[in-house]
Design a protein around this ligand. Structure first.
Ligand SMILES: [Zn+2]
Length: 118
């Protein structure tokens, strides 16, 4: 629910900035570690967006992989299911740094404004 709420805040902000009346589509990227279930996020978003210009918007959710950096070889790699393995060095006890995978980013918003003649 918290993620849906933050998506909505970003969307409404953009909406005001671009004078949109209706939001049709929202493209969101979520990191694999954010543990977002697309269906659940869509459902929650529809709940929190009730009564706002985004209430009928379709949510397009793309999951982006978790990227880590190995402290031993400096390699950047995508994490699949184990959070402690470097493809070069094998298991890494500590020091792996998370480069991406936990974030939620609103990539773009499509909508209709009041002054574009549509
Ligand atoms: Zn390594």
């Amino acid at each position: 629910m918290a993620i849906a709420q933050s998506v909505l805040e970003i969307v409404l902000d953009e909406c005001r900035r671009h004078r949109m009346k209706t939001v049709d589509r929202i493209n969101v990227q979520v990191g694999a570690l954010a543990a977002v279930v697309p269906e659940a996020l869509t459902f929650c978003f529809q709940v929190v967006a009730q009564g706002t210009p985004a209430e009928n918007a379709a949510l397009d959710i793309e999951t982006v992989p978790v990227v880590m950096r190995c402290p031993l070889c400096g390699e950047l790699f995508e994490m699949e299911d184990r959070l402690d393995m470097c493809p070069q060095c094998g298991p890494v006890v500590s020091g792996l740094s998370l480069i991406s995978g936990r974030e939620m980013t609103v990539m773009s918003i499509e909508g209709r404004g009041s002054d574009d003649g549509a």
